[in-house]
Design a protein around this ligand. Sequence first.
Ligand code: G3H
Length: 256
Amino acid sequence: MQRQPVVIANWKMNGNRQLAKQMAEALREEAGLLSQVQVVVCPPAVLLPAWQQHVFYDAVHLGAQDVNEFEHGAHTGEHSLALLGEAGAEYILIGHSERRQHYGDTDARISAKVNAVLNYQAQQLKVVLCVGETEAERETHQTTTVVEAQLSAALEQVTAAQMTHVVIAYEPVWAIGTGKTASPAQAQEVHRFIRSWLQQKYAAADTVPLLYGGSVKADNAETLFAEQDIDGGLIGGASLEPDAFVAICRAAVARS
Ligand SMILES: O=C[C@H](O)COP(=O)(O)O
């Protein structure tokens, strides 16, 4: 099954308008590349309009790092789907481990957010669901149990038809921002597990892009993306460096 590679930049709480301009220029010089890989940039929400200006005519897609599960109302500091969509977001990251650990994203809340995005009528948006185990969970051989529980909870109410709007990112928590990348074999093993889990639950599971995240850099991307079930990456630190990010996008194209 040939899936188009996907590379997503997650700027987290970093970057500024100047970096948006530099990154958009670096990507614009790679027009050929952008037709072969789906490139998505998730800046802090306030930078979406700046990105929108730069990428309006380009094949770079925008995403948000989170969303509130409610439509609107008294939710100080939060962003609704309508606001994010209007600002240009087509993809919404949900369940990133930093939000699970520090910002109250329980399984129930993650499921509510996933359903809110997939049932949003005004615009067709995509979910990027993040799953992954902690170091202690890996050391006690609970990786697949934890990943399965996260998938089951988040996708409980999602139909096979809706799965065409879902991307899954496997991000081992111990590899995020630590420089400790999962080996290609370790990552592939979990991706294979996720793929089989999806196959059992959904007929069209082969079309769901599975991305690896966790200290992906220009020098390790190609070996990770060479694995059968790794369709691209969710990139944190290296997505703040235009040259490194472009090199990672190139490595994803080498896969296709
Ligand atoms: O969303 C991105 C991931 O958390 C990976 O971050 P990282 O590339 O800095 O390890």
